[in-house]
Write a protein that binds this ligand. Structure first.
Ligand code: CP3
Length: 339
C-alpha cells in the first residue's frame, strides 16, 4: 500500500507529484450530470450512498487521480443541525437564515444520525477504492459554514455574517462552538469509516481583518484539530483557507493542520517559503483550465518549477468550474505526469 498523498503529508517529495482537483466530481462531467438527474435533488444525491459512491468514483475512473474526495457538501451539517436547506438550480444553496434565538436552540444531538448515509458512503469508498488511492473526507470550517447559515445564501463579501458577529458576539461564538463540536464528531466518523485524511474548507477566510481572522478562522480550526487528535492522535488534516494572503504564514502551526491548500493568488516564491514550514497543495488558477492551450501549460509549469522539489500535492487553487472542457483536464494531467 502506497498512498502518495499521505506520504506528501508526512513530508515526502515526489518527482511527479500526486494530483487531484477540488470539486473533481461535478457538472463539467456528463456522467455526473446523468447521475445527478437520476438522484433527484442535490441533497438526495449527497444522502444516497450508492449514487454518492458512483459520482465520487467517476473522476477516478476517468482520470486516475491520486485521491478520491467523498461526494457531499459542506452545508449538509446545517441540514443535520435542523436548519432548512435546499440547492436551487442556478442559485446555489438557500437556507432559512438563523437568528440569535435559533442559535440558542441548536444542538448537535441528532447530527451524526442525520449524517449516517454520508458515513456509509465513506465506508463504501474505503472498501471499493484501490488501496493506493487516498480517500479524503471533509467539512467546512465553522466560519465559512456560519456565513451561509447567517445570510441564508452565498454573498460576495459575507457582510451579513460579519455584521452579525459584531452585533451578537455571544450568539456568534455559540454558533462557532456548535459547528466545532459537530465538525469534530463528523470528521472522526469519516476517519473511522476509512478516510485517510480530511480537508477543512475555509473558503471565505479572506474577508476578515487580522483580529477577526484569529478569532473566527484560526481558533475554531485549532479547536477542531485538537478535538480530533485528542481521540485520533495520528489524524491527517488538510487546511484550505482560501485567499488569506499574508496570513498563510504560520497558519499550519497555529491551527495544527498537516498540509495547506493555497489559492492561485499566492506568489510562488512565497509558496516555496511556506513549503519549508509545511507540505503544500495547489495552486493552479482554475480559469487556466477553462482557457487551455499555452496558458494552461504555463500555469502547470510554474507550479511544478517552483514547488516540484518539495512536498507537493498538485491541485487547483479552488474548485474546477462547470464550463471547463474535459480535454483541458486531460492536458493538465499529462503535463503534470509528463506522459
Ligand atoms: O468533488 C468534490 O470536491 C466533492 C464534493 C464537494 C461539493 N461541494 C459538491 C458540490 C465539496 C468538497 C464541496 C465543498 C463546498 N460546498 C464548499 C467549499 C469549497 C468551495 O468551493 O469553496 C462550499 C463553499 C460549498 C457550498 C456550495 N455547494 C455552494 C456555494 C454551491 C453552489 C455553487 C455551485 O458550485 O453550484 C454548492 C453546490 C455543489 N456542491 C455542487 C457540487 C457538485 C453543484 C450542485 C449541483 O450539482 O447542482
Amino acid at each position: 500500500m502506497n498512498k502518495k498523498i499521505i506520504e506528501v503529508i508526512e513530508g515526502k517529495s515526489f518527482k511527479i507529484p500526486p494530483l487531484w482537483m477540488m470539486r473533481q466530481a461535478g457538472r463539467y462531467l456528463p456522467e455526473y450530470k446523468a447521475t445527478r438527474k437520476q438522484a433527484g435533488s442535490f441533497l438526495d444525491l449527497c444522502y444516497n450512498p450508492e449514487l454518492a459512491y458512483e459520482v465520487t468514483m467517476q473522476p477516478i475512473e476517468r482520470f486516475q487521480f491520486d485521491a478520491a474526495i467523498l461526494f457531499s457538501d459542506i452545508l449538509v451539517v446545517c441540514d443535520a443541525l435542523g436548519q432548512s436547506l435546499k440547492f436551487e438550480e442556478g442559485r446555489g444553496p438557500v437556507l432559512e437564515p438563523v437568528n440569535v434565538s435559533d442559535i440558542a436552540k441548536l444542538s448537535t444531538a441528532g447530527v451524526m444520525n442525520h449524517l449516517a448515509p454520508v458515513i456509509e458512503t465513506v465506508s463504501k469508498l474505503h472498501n471499493g477504492l484501490d488501496k493506493d488511492i487516498t480517500l479524503l473526507g471533509f467539512c467546512g470550517a465553522p466560519w465559512t459554514v456560519a456565513t451561509y447559515m447567517i445570510a441564508g445564501h452565498g454573498t460576495p463579501d459575507q457582510a451579513p455574517a460579519r455584521i452579525f458577529a459584531h452585533e451578537h458576539p455571544e450568539a456568534f461564538q455559540a454558533l462557532l462552538d456548535v459547528l466545532c463540536e459537530a465538525s469534530i464528531e463528523y470528521l472522526i466518523a469519516q476517519l473511522d469509516a476509512g478516510a485517510d485524511a480530511v480537508q477543512i474548507f475555509d473558503s471565505w477566510a479572506s474577508v476578515l481583518d487580522e483580529d477577526q481572522f484569529e478569532k473566527w478562522c484560526i481558533a475554531p480550526v485549532r479547536k477542531i484539530t485538537d478535538g480530533i487528535r485528542a481521540k485520533r492522535p495520528n489524524a491527517k488534516i488538510i487546511g484550505f483557507p482560501k485567499g488569506i494572503g499574508s496570513f498563510y504564514k504560520g497558519y499550519a502551526t497555529k491551527t495544527g493542520v498537516n498540509m495547506i491548500g493555497l489559492d492561485w493568488t499566492v506568489p510562488l516564491k512565497d509558496a516555496k517559503a511556506l513549503q519549508n514550514e509545511v507540505p503544500i497543495q495547489g495552486n493552479l488558477d482554475p480559469l487556466r483550465l477553462i482557457i487551455g492551450g499555452k496558458a494552461l501549460d504555463e500555469g502547470v509549469d510554474m507550479v511544478l518549477e517552483n514547488l516540484g522539489d518539495g512536498p507537493l500535492v498538485f491541485n487547483l487553487g479552488h474548485g474546477i468550474t462547470p464550463q471547463t472542457p474535459i480535454e483541458h483536464v486531460e492536458q493538465m494531467i499529462k503535463r503534470v505526469r509528463k506522459d
